[in-house]
Ligand binder design. Structure first.
Ligand SMILES: C[S@@+](CC[C@H](N)C(=O)[O-])C[C@H]1O[C@@H](n2cnc3c(N)ncnc32)[C@H](O)[C@@H]1O
Length: 276
């Protein structure tokens, strides 16, 4: 199958408009391989026909969704970027808990954007469970979203392999995972119950319009696939979703400096944290 540059650009523009994900020209082979798979499945011979189908004859976006399921990069594992999670657990979370307890508001709400197969929101659930004193007197909700339908299925199942759990501290591995077979780790139901998974596109402002009052937004290793314009759009939305005093966590290589000046910046043990 040929993918002339002209059609690559049309396709990547369509993907960018709908998802915020930006593919540069060096990704042409990556796209081509997945495009080929979808064209074969749908019986398309010509790229231009497939693109026309996406634009005009796919009003509910079903085929577009299938393509996106193949294109997203879903790399993740439990307790990823451990030192950043330590800052969250030992500093930001403690401050939020203290302030909310003083205000007699015993709820903690976390939004986990680009949650992939669930390792990140379940990690956050374990941390909250461990770090909140008198946990049972608090109401904790973690909402985890992703644009890729396939990863959400895996997240809801909550069954993992050795690679996913390699960084889980042994005590937590024992406490929160069952291992019915060698190399298989099943997340505990009590942790599962803390997380709600939803299929949601971060560029869909309508779908996000009721999301508010969050204490924490985690969006780690997602915006690296966006350009500055779509990053800014999403980060502005996160700002409005956070309550005053709430925190946003991006991946360690991702900075807000070019994207937004709305957040207050704090340095906590070598990490920059951003607070509304
Ligand atoms: C590399 S994974 C990161 C997983 C996890 N946050 C972590 O840091 O381990 C990026 C995830 O972002 C999701 N994603 C990409 N664009 C998105 C969008 N527009 N809306 C929601 N999720 C998106 C992808 O499907 C993928 O599962």
């Amino acid at each position: 199958m040929e993918l002339p540059l002209e059609y690559f650009i049309k396709l990547r523009n369509l993907i960018y408009e709908r998802t915020g994900i930006r593919y540069e020209e060096n990704k042409i082979y990556y796209i081509k391989k997945r495009l080929h798979q979808r064209m074969e499945a749908g019986g398309f011979d010509r790229v231009e026909d497939y693109i026309r189908h996406l634009k005009i004859f796919d009003p509910k976006g079903r085929e577009f969704q299938q393509l996106i399921n193949l294109l997203t990069v879903n790399e993740t594992y439990f307790f990823r970027e451990f030192s950043q999670l330590q800052v969250f657990a030992e500093s930001c979370l403690q401050e939020v808990i203290k302030n909310k307890a003083q205000a007699n508001n015993r709820t903690i709400k976390v939004f986990c954007a680009g949650c992939s197969t669930g390792e990140e929101p379940y990690t956050l659930a374990i941390i909250l469970r461990e770090m909140i004193e008198y946990y049972s007197s608090w109401e904790v909700l973690i909402k985890a979203i992703d644009i890729d339908e396939n990863v959400l299925g895996a997240a809801r199942r909550g069954v993992y392999d050795q690679r996913s759990v390699k960084d889980v501290p042994p005590t937590y591995l024992q406490r929160y995972f069952a291992s019915p077979a060698k190399g298989e780790y099943v997340i505990d139901q009590s942790i599962k119950d803390m997380v709600i998974f939803e299929h949601l596109n971060l560029m869909d402002r309508r779908a996000l319009r009721f999301e508010e009052d969050y204490d924490f937004v985690f969006c780690r290793n997602v915006l690296i696939y966006f350009d500055d314009i779509s990053r800014k759009q999403v980060v502005d939305k996160f700002y409005s979703m956070l309550r005053k005093g709430g925190y946003i966590f991006l991946g360690h290589a991702e900075s807000l400096s070019r994207i937004s000046s709305a957040f207050k910046i704090r340095r906590v043990s070598n990490h920059i944290v951003y607070r509304r």
